[in-house]
Design a protein around this ligand. Structure first.
Ligand SMILES: [Ca+2]
Ligand SMILES: [Ca+2]
Length: 242
């Protein structure tokens, strides 16, 4: 029995580290549903310019309880958040984007960009931008009803990027740009959710059954944690449970 316990403890110590998302409110679950232009509206943890956006719970277009959406006219809109980084270190980035066919005919005339801007000061100043990496792009339709990335389907984009010297801040920048070759630049709608910027694994939108420690891997670490509680119970209606 002692031998089994030692094996379990060794396996526990050898586990993967937990995902560390450095973003505040990465799934837009904090705050209220509303229009960016509403008096007092804010998205906790995030900053935005322009008013062409909503925090919403439109059917099928969010994970958990809500997401944000942006659309673009001539003024434009962007949502961003800054995280501290160490030059030379690698960071993981991931996001989900969705073009709803029932809302302004989805995204058309624009592409949606999940970008990372690297800055050499905190807080960032415009002149201190080192360069911009695009983690991924959701390609909007060139013409209405002719999508490139399909309507009503979540697209995940991800990248591993090294913070350049002398970066101290990464600005996670969600925005739209007029797409090349489009008949018009009118915009349409794109939804954003589950933004990840940090270190370690990112399990996306759900955990695998059996992933006890929620590190995106099912392995002996999960088995060890389950084994620690094997045959224990905590049913408050059962006096035999400890
Ligand atoms: Ca969400
Ligand atoms: Ca696991």
């Amino acid at each position: 029995m002692k031998k089994i316990l030692i094996i379990v403890l060794v396996l526990s110590a050898a586990g993967y580290s937990f995902a560390e998302n450095l973003l505040v409110n990465p799934g837009f679950e904090k705050g209220n549903i509303g229009w960016f232009g509403d008096a007092g509206f804010n998205i906790p943890g995030w900053t935005f310019w322009g008013t062409d956006g909503w925090c919403h719970n439109n059917a099928g277009a969010y994970f958990e309880n809500r997401a944000i959406l942006t659309w673009s006219d001539s003024v434009g809109v962007a949502v961003y958040q800054d995280i501290p980084v160490i030059a030379g270190n690698e960071y993981n980035f991931s996001a989900y984007m969705y073009s709803p066919s029932n809302d302004a005919n989805g995204l058309h005339g624009r592409d949606a960009y999940f970008s990372v801007e690297w800055y050499d000061s905190n807080p960032p100043v415009y002149e201190g931008k080192i360069y911009t990496d695009d983690v991924g792009i959701f390609y909007g339709a060139l013409t209405d009803s002719n999508p490139i990335d399909p309507y009503d389907t979540w697209k995940n984009v991800s990248a591993v990027l090294e913070a350049p010297t002398p970066a101290v801040v990464a600005r996670i920048y969600l925005h739209q740009e007029i797409n090349a070759g489009s008949e018009n630049g009118t915009g349409g709608v794109v939804c954003w959710d589950n933004i990840f910027a940090g270190t370690g694994p990112d399990c996306g939108t759900s955990f695998l059954a059996g992933d006890v420690n929620k590190d995106c891997y099912v392995n002996f670490t999960d088995f060890a944690q389950m084994a620690e509680n094997w045959l224990k119970c905590n049913d408050v209606f059962n006096d035999n449970c400890q």
